[in-house]
Write a protein that binds this ligand. Structure first.
Ligand SMILES: C=C1C[C@]23C[C@@]1(O)CC[C@H]2[C@@]12CCC[C@@](C)(C(=O)O1)[C@H]2[C@@H]3C(=O)O
Ligand SMILES: O=C(O)CCC(=O)C(=O)O
Ligand SMILES: [Fe+2]
Length: 345
């Protein structure tokens, strides 16, 4: 079976695009990490007042949740979800374990560096080669079991990290299935299409632990450059510290303030395609700050990599060509934000 590693094997990247900066030994933003920001305004569009948010905050336990999720996907391609049933103790533990990992010394983290053609381990974001400047970010990507890496990091104390990451992936899988079922029903998808999106066998899942260390001059740096996520759905936990920004037509970059106990849910490229572009893709990025080491935890869910993706059969005029999921991911790894335009009909 093809795995994401095999997808990335086509485009191995150089060390320069894998190894994060040694943040422990740095007290100013180097030229390599200084982004031209053109004094762009940052709008704080969403406050913690969940009665009046721009990106809808949806209570999954409310009777109206299905309609609201459908509307949010069509209007924004993003929403936040509360009352989702994921135990808050587990959410706290996953943040704690992520902080424990990123608090290790640089030379320790580099023992589990992602390989040039690999998908998992410690490293910079995969999108790095598409930008001239480097990001104020380090990440750790997990797909399934992380035991091999955890044993290298903590030979005598790896179980707690692994158990927490396993339990969290399991909960995220359940929640993404629950949300996708609602979303696909809204698109009037067939049972076969639903099975494709939430098949328990061979579906793809990745857990990305993001770390944005305190930055001496946040206005010069960028945590994660603008991008859209590639798979069907992403569930993001901002861990209580703001940093996620979305690009809103007419307003520019706007902050999505974290809402307590909420996950930010966003439509990925494959769901955008399946919805025949009915669900927009929201470009997003992460900013950094001076006083708080920010952690965010993103879970990505996708269909089997060997399956085909195309606009739902319900659409008379598909605006994307049908192709294998792995073919799309190879296109994305080569062409990044141009990938979608290459498969338009
Ligand atoms: C399944 C995946 C989605 C992702 C690439 C990856 O193989 C694992 C890491 C994911 C991530 C996290 C940070 C942002 C992002 C764009 C990146 O560079 O790596 C996403 C990727 C994605 O959605 O394309
Ligand atoms: O850290 C954030 O808020 C954004 C993370 C993100 O976009 C990602 O992991 O894909
Ligand atoms: Fe993202």
């Amino acid at each position: 079976m093809t795995t994401l590693s095999e997808v990335y094997r086509n485009d191995p990247i150089t060390d320069h695009h894998i190894i994060p900066l040694d943040f422990d030994s740095i007290d100013e933003v180097p030229e390599s990490h200084t982004w031209p920001r053109f004094d762009e305004p940052i709008n704080k569009i969403q406050t913690n007042n969940i009665k009046d948010p721009l990106i809808p905050v949806i209570d999954l336990a409310s009777p109206n949740a299905r309609n609201l999720i459908g509307q949010a996907c069509e209007t924004w391609g993003m929403f936040q979800v509360i009352n989702h049933g994921v135990p808050s103790e587990l959410v706290k533990n996953v943040e704690y374990e992520s902080r424990r990992l990123f608090a290790l010394q640089t030379h320790e983290k580099r023992r589990v560096l992602r390989s040039a053609d690999g998908a998992t381990g410690y490293g910079v974001a995969r999108i790095s080669p598409f930008f001239d400047k480097r990001m104020w970010h380090e990440g750790f990507t997990i797909m399934g079991s992380c035991a091999d890496d955890a044993k290298v990091l903590w030979p005598h104390d790896y179980q707690r990290f692994c158990d927490t990451m396993d339990a969290y992936q399991q909960q995220m899988k359940l929640l993404s299935h629950r949300l996708l079922l609602i979303i696909l029903e809204k698109l009037d998808a067939t049972q076969e299409e639903i099975n494709w999106a939430i098949s328990t066998q061979d579906s793809q899942q990745a857990l990305q632990l993001n770390s944005y260390p305190c930055c001496p001059n946040p206005s010069l740096a960028l945590g994660l450059a603008p991008h859209t996520d590639s798979l069907l759905l992403t569930l993001l936990n901002q861990c209580g510290i703001s940093g996620l920004e979305i690009f809103v037509e007419g307003s520019g970059w706007s902050q999505v303030q974290p809402v307590e106990d909420a996950f930010v849910v966003n439509v990925g490229d494959l769901l955008h395609m399946f919805s025949n572009a009915k669900f927009p893709l929201l470009s997003h990025r992460a900013s950094v700050n001076q006083s708080n080491h920010r952690i965010s935890i993103a879970y990505f869910h996708g269909p089997p990599i060997e399956s085909r993706v195309a606009p739902s059969s319900k659409f008379q005029k598909p605006c994307f060509k049908s192709l294998l999921v792995k073919e799309y991911l190879i296109l994305k790894a080569k062409h990044f934000s141009r990938a979608l335009s290459l498969i338009q009909t």
